[in-house]
Design a protein around this ligand. Structure first.
Ligand SMILES: [Zn+2]
Length: 302
């Protein structure tokens, strides 16, 4: 299913059944058609040009990098071609920038919105799982080093008295458009570009349902009581490791009394304001975000 959210196109068969099949993984790793997605210090290799493109490298191009690679992860299979992510972070900046004449390692965030959706989804997956590896080099139970197993989908503690297995994590975050009659509640953080307002959002806490997190975050950031919380869609957001869970909700109260100072400003905007840039809102959120999709759909519902 295509969820329509950027970075969420279903483009790879993740072939979980083959991750522990060493012979299969090794054969794919050496196959002529296999593609490698390089990740360097959390950055993605992009060919800059009129239309930026995410770079996927062949085995011939990648072979020289394999000695310095820290981690290789089997992402999945697309059109019978295996795709691996390869982390080459130990390489120096001048070395990696010579890999492709017009290629440069950049933050996916800076180009994701204009990339082809398939490429953006694969690069986001590669970036997200490499971020997890880079933060789990040591066991969270005993502090010993860990090693990558199951084609990069498990890190195992090397201390034989511990042997804890650590699996890739994502951090669930709720993001919600709260409406009351013909108005939506949006806020802005001080560091955002001038005039940009977005939906409220926050991380889910342990022991909390998604609906509880939505209500709590709205209360903390605005003091508004809500009801009728409806799930909309989800989006992987590997900046660095979130899974955004989008909701609509109806406000019961409308007086704005924030409990915290996370937001610099908070306002109720009409559909007209959002469509035309009225009431001081000059920018909607970036086009690759679920926030933007929630807002645009809400405008169309009017
Ligand atoms: Zn351990």
């Amino acid at each position: 299913m295509n969820s329509q959210n950027h970075y969420a196109d279903e483009v790879l068969d993740r072939v979980a059944q083959f991750r522990r099949d060493d012979a299969w993984v090794t054969a794919q790793y050496a196959a002529k058609q296999t593609m490698f997605i390089p990740v360097w210090r959390s950055r993605s290799l992009i060919e800059q040009g009129a239309a930026p493109r995410g770079v996927m490298m062949s085995i011939a191009e990648t072979r020289a990098l394999m000695e310095t690679a820290t981690t290789t992860v089997l992402l999945g299979v697309r059109n019978e071609i295996a795709h691996f992510a390869i982390d080459i972070s130990p390489m120096e900046a001048h070395e990696v920038n010579e890999l492709r004449a017009d290629g440069e390692f950049v933050d996916l965030r800076s180009v994701g919105a204009v990339l082809d959706r398939t490429e953006a989804s694969i690069l986001a997956y590669a970036k997200g799982i490499m971020h997890w590896h880079s933060r789990h080099l040591f066991c969270g139970v005993c502090g010993s080093p860990t090693e990558s197993q199951d084609a990069g989908h498990l890190r195992k503690c090397l201390n034989q008295n511990c042997s804890a297995g650590h699996f890739p994590r994502t951090d669930p975050a709720v993001i919600m458009l709260v409406q009351k009659d013909d108005r939506a509640l949006l806020g802005r953080k001080a560091e955002w570009m001038p005039g940009m307002y977005s939906t409220l959002a926050g991380f889910v806490e342990p022991g909390e349902s998604l609906e509880q997190a939505v209500a709590r975050e709205v209360m903390e950031e605005s003091g508004v009581e809500i009801t009728n919380i409806r799930y909309h869609s989800s989006q992987p957001w590997p900046f660095p490791s979130s899974l955004m869970l989008g909701f609509f909700a109806d406000a019961v109260t409308e007086k704005l009394i924030p409990w915290d100072d996370e937001l610099e400003d908070l306002q109720w905007f009409t559909r007209q304001d959002l469509a035309d840039g009225g009431a001081g809102i000059a920018q909607r959120p970036r086009s690759d975000s679920i926030a933007r999709r929630l807002i645009d759909e809400w405008i169309r519902q009017g």
